[in-house]
Design a protein around this ligand. Sequence first.
Ligand code: PEP
Length: 253
Amino acid sequence: MRIPIVAGNWKMYKTEEEAFALASDLKRRLKDVFGVKVILCPPFTSLFSVRKAMEGSSILLGAQNMHWEEKGAFTGEISPPMLLTAGCKYVILGHSERRMYFSETDEFVNAKLKSALKFGLSPIVCVGEKLDQREANKTEQVIERQMDGAFKGLDAQQAAATIVAYEPVWAIGTGKTATPGQANDVHLLIRKLLGSRFGKDCAERINILYGGSVKPENSGELLGMPEIDGALVGGASLDAESFEKIVMSAVRS
Ligand code: PEP
């Protein structure tokens, strides 16, 4: 049985002070919530203060990106050991905004994924099709390419240590959400792909999260689908009350 995961991707929002306040509020609101893993992914500059705010709670810390090298002359980049020192256990990789605005390719995602696993960070690997690709019936093809690109060279044990997030690009930050059926179908496809590459046991252990305009109004239905093991939440994770409601809807009765 996979424990549901709700991760908040704060993107480039919240100064250090604001991040501390939001994390403190969430710690208070979520203190009695069990049966769901909650991960906060603030900007790099707020990792330490969010960690401080969450001390003594079961909320976990993640980053939004990293470089694959341990260290080096890579101005502006952050390495896996730096994230570990900041208290991160998770890292989002291959987010569509990274792919779209920073030209991240499947090869980059693969290098980052291998590096995260090597250093003991749990990667949240994002895949998802654009609107024109969905309209041209290319969703399966795109997902298969992104999954194979990201997971290239991994063995089953490594694959089992990952989390996948299906985020249709057309649903991110747009207010448009995939229907629970549309999302579940792609989650099923992802699990089948994982099963054919790494075996059924491995595929059954991997949490596949849905992301794309998840909000309190739709989270119950989405998270109630059999193949949806949690949510990666952008906009609605910036508001404590909304995020709390989404987390609550992930708790299985
Ligand atoms: C995201 O950034 O991963 C995301 C899903 O954003 P939003 O919830 O705002 O669509």
